[in-house]
Design a protein around this ligand. Structure first.
Ligand SMILES: [Zn+2]
Length: 96
């Protein structure tokens, strides 16, 4: 699987489409930084106010969402394969 290679060149990061009506609901929680180290693998285009990041930390991964005037939130921690799948769903408008 190549999805976890770092990516996100300026101006080439993806835009997140409007979520579809039947999209999977992500259980967003207030951001914590429980792990000593984290690595941002991917991110969505920063021309949008809401930016999502795919992050690995402590052997697992999660998605972080930042928005102006809002607290940063994170998805549940997951193993690599499910979090990579969830990231793809997000980019397809099939998770929110
Ligand atoms: Zn953009």
């Amino acid at each position: 699987m190549t999805i976890l290679k770092p990516e996100g060149t300026a101006g080439h990061s993806p835009h997140v489409p409007e979520p579809q009506a039947d999209s999977q609901i992500i259980t967003w929680r207030p951001a914590t930084h429980a792990e000593d180290r984290r690595r941002v693998l991917r991110w969505t285009c920063q021309c949008k106010p809401v930016v999502y990041y795919l992050i690995t930390a402590g052997g697992r991964g999660y998605i972080e969402r930042t928005a102006p005037g809002q607290a940063t939130v994170q998805s549940p921690r997951m193993r690599y394969a499910p979090i990579a799948d969830l990231w793809e769903l997000l980019l397809l408008g099939r998770a929110r």
